[in-house]
Design a protein around this ligand. Structure first.
Ligand code: ADP
Ligand code: MG
Length: 384
């Protein structure tokens, strides 16, 4: 297995710059997700790594080897696509063995009639059978080897595509939205399977998805791509808790982070909807956006809240409750996440009061970049 180094990659299609100076070092054995909205350039970047697309500038290395002029088939990288791309007329066994036959047999030995007759080919076939069976048992699909893709469920087909990718023990796996054709329940199940497979193989995985929940649940690190730019790279906790850009804050996490109109006063104090938050900043005075995740908001008794609202909708998810509310200063409803113990208190139309811990506030400037803040009390103590 190998490390993958993406260095200053740009890509333009005609006049459209699709990737803008993307750099990312992926250590050996890491599971990294490239996540971002549709059209942000994820597949293009993956295809450049695989050699299916040529970058406009920049370099791709595997370990110490520059591979920009190496043909896709010689990069020793396996790719799993959303469409699986299985051969419909071949059995599962034959589908998985395709990459092994391509690399281990010469073109004469590969002729279907001959590979069982030529002695050299027979020995290679035996090795191929052993390797395919090992992968099949790893993926728990030995009983499927004689079937054709048409006789498999979506999840099973997906597993065959993964099997075909891992059978030749590549330097790295590239997966482009491999779960997006599956139904919701199976998708959640396959997340676990892929994460477990990664642990068992200890291989380098580069996983592309537009689904932030997939990225959050499977990855060692998440690389957030927006409009062709790598906006933030970090652990799932990092991108969730410390987003460095409001686009990252809004993309990661479901339900979405609440954003409120804020203000940095000339004395450095930070207001939310005209109310002091208890935070100060060194940033320039002016308008700002205050981000608070749904679980950062708390319901408090009347008279104790920082601001008030009216309940517009309640989503009951069983174990938790998403309460939507508005007030006259808010442009769109905000969401507060409550655990089920609190549910009996609320009805649509009811007035509520909301509080939060200053430490939960994520402040963003007018350009969307994160603005560092400090709690007012602490600052006073430091200065005293
Ligand atoms: N072969 C191509 N020719 C022209 N434009 C392309 C081509 N491939 C991708 N694009 C454009 O590049 C942008 C990024 O595409 P893509 O990498 O597929 O995004 P993602 O996988 O994040 O959805 C899109 O605007 C897309 O239309
Ligand atoms: Mg794509």
């Amino acid at each position: 297995m190998s490390s993958v180094h993406i260095q200053n990659i740009t890509k333009s299609f005609g006049k459209v710059e699709v990737l803008k100076d993307v750099s990312l070092n992926i250590p050996d054995g890491e599971f990294v997700s490239l996540v971002g909205p549709s059209g942000c350039g994820k597949s293009t970047l993956l295809r450049i790594i695989a050699g299916l697309e040529q970058q406009s500038s920049g370099q791709i290395r595997i370990d110490d080897r520059v591979i920009d002029n190496v043909r896709p088939s010689e990069r020793n990288i396996s790719m799993v696509f959303q469409s699986y791309a299985l051969y419909p007329h071949l059995s599962v066994f034959d589908n998985i063995s395709v990459p092994l036959r391509m690399s281990r047999l010469n073109s004469i030995q590969r002729l279907p009639g001959l590979r069982h007759l030529l002695p050299g080919a027979r020995a290679v076939e035996k090795g191929i059978r052993a390797d395919v069976e090992q992968v099949a048992s790893l993926l728990d699909m030995k009983q499927l080897l004689d079937r054709k893709p048409g006789e498999l469920s979506g999840g099973q087909r997906q597993r065959v595509a993964v099997g075909r990718a891992i059978v030749r023990e590549p330097h790295a796996f590239l997966l482009d939205e491999p779960l997006s054709n599956l139904d919701a329940k199976l998708r959640v199940h396959m997340r676990t399977e892929i994460a477990q497979l990664h642990r068992r193989l200890g291989a380098t995985f580069i996983y592309v998805t537009h689904d932030q929940a997939e990225a959050m649940t499977m990855s060692d690190r998440i690389a957030v791509l927006m409009d062709g730019e790598l906006v933030q790279v970090g652990s799932p906790d990092d991108v969730y808790n410390e987003p460095q850009d409001i686009r990252v804050a809004e993309f990661i996490g479901s339900p979405r982070i609440n954003t409120f109109a804020g203000e940095i006063r000339s004395d450095g104090g930070v207001d939310l909807l005209g109310v002091p938050t208890g935070l100060v900043t060194d940033a320039e005075a002016g308008p700002a956006q205050v981000g608070l995740r749904p679980e950062a908001l708390r319901l408090v008794p009347v008279g104790e809240g920082v601001f008030a609202g009216t309940v517009t909708h309640i989503e009951n998810l069983g174990a938790e409750l998403m309460v939507h509310f508005v007030n006259e200063n808010m442009e769109r409803p905000a969401i507060i996440r409550l655990d089920h113990i609190e549910r009996h208190r609320l009805d649509v139309g009811e007035s509520i009061e909301i509080d939060f811990l200053p430490g939960a506030v994520r402040l963003f400037g007018p350009d969307g970049a994160r603005v560092p803040t400090e709690e007012f009390m602490e600052k006073q103590l430091v200065n005293a």
